[in-house]
Design a protein around this ligand. Sequence first.
Ligand code: ADP
Ligand code: ASP
Ligand code: MG
Length: 414
Amino acid sequence: MSRLVMKFGGTSVATLDRIKRAAKRVAREVANGHEVIVIVSAMSGKTNELVGWVNETSPFYDAREYDAVVSSGENVTAGLMALTLQEMEIPARSWQGWQVPLKTNGAHGAARIEEIPTANLDARFADGMKVAVVAGFQGISPEGRITTLGRGGSDTTAVAFAAAFDAVRCDIYTDVDGVYTTDPRITAKARKLDRIAFEEMLELASLGAKVLQTRSVELAMRYNVKLRVLSSFGEYDETAGTLVCAEDEIMESNVVNGVAYSRDEAKMTLLGVEDRPGIAAAIFGPLADAGINVDMIVQNISEGGKTDMTFSCPVDQVARAKKSIEDAKASGAYEFGELVADQDVAKVSVVGIGMRSHAGVAAHMFKALKDENVNIKVITTSEIKISVLIDRKYMELAVQALHDAFELEKIGTA
Ligand code: ADP
Ligand code: ASP
Ligand code: MG
């Protein structure tokens, strides 16, 4: 029998009524002849509340207990979804991550999936179970402790199950009806894409578009999972939503397909660093050891043997980054004049596989920002994306200006 994975995000299971509505969609797929694995998130807002409680209780918390607490929201919705399905006379039961078991490494708070043995669920399906409801976001470490997969991790749970159980498709039900040219909350001109290539979705996700967790896209690409994003609220039909698929399944690609943003960035500059071989390794080695997610890096032209080194990182890592740098300086690893942290920046990026074969995209982007008087602080590019760091107060304006400049409102169907 064919297997289908259906994932419901926080807003789709936010109330008992919404769980019922989601369960009706599951019932329809069961009636269509599928065995269904449902992955649920916690009710919207719940995980934030749990994270808040952990931080309030213990600012430098034990990551194993953090996971024990923040994974719990999904336990509630998994049980409620199973009960709702049972009320509809559909044979269903819930599974917490450790019961499956969804095995991860021991990186608490950002664990990676290592294996999902299928025997337990297979045996139940063979016994007549129609729906396995699995708590998303959580797993079990080699030490037998509960782990979580990083914020937004239920998407990754869903894709991993689709790969492990050889599902015909992985449907991600959320509060928007697909992947848009940019976050529809930022501009009403955003357009839904019928299809998007894995590579583009991977860039958009890692550059801030939270509609899919980056890891989930990586996994879908690696295991060629048919991945669809659609709304749990709108009318359903076979062509609803956005299909995330291989590049060769898309007829023609636009030069730019999307604009992404990441609001909470910081820019750190070390002024007057000695310019000598090994200086970058001396600075960024300890930052990596401290778990700082360094993103963009720029080194200025050197003058008199001194240079300035600038990098960006998430704003909530600034305190830790500063400590790492000051500690390295105190230990004599390197010297510099001053450390300046700008905590009011955001990153805005344009993404498109069509960029590979088009020149002038960066110039077009910079002109659009200039026309709005937005100053660019740092630039990075790759084959299919260009990112800039700007003052946070101009973020929305920049996203809208770039959406206009690349005429993205002309894309798609919605
Ligand atoms: P869920 O709780 O269902 O996992 P998320 O809040 O994690 O939902 O992701 C959906 C949100 O992603 C949307 O409400 C939207 O604001 C945001 N988003 C950001 N960029 C995009 C984009 N390019 N297309 C669609 N949604 C986007
Ligand atoms: N509930 C978790 C979070 O809010 C996981 C998820 O929703 O995907 O991050
Ligand atoms: Mg999400």
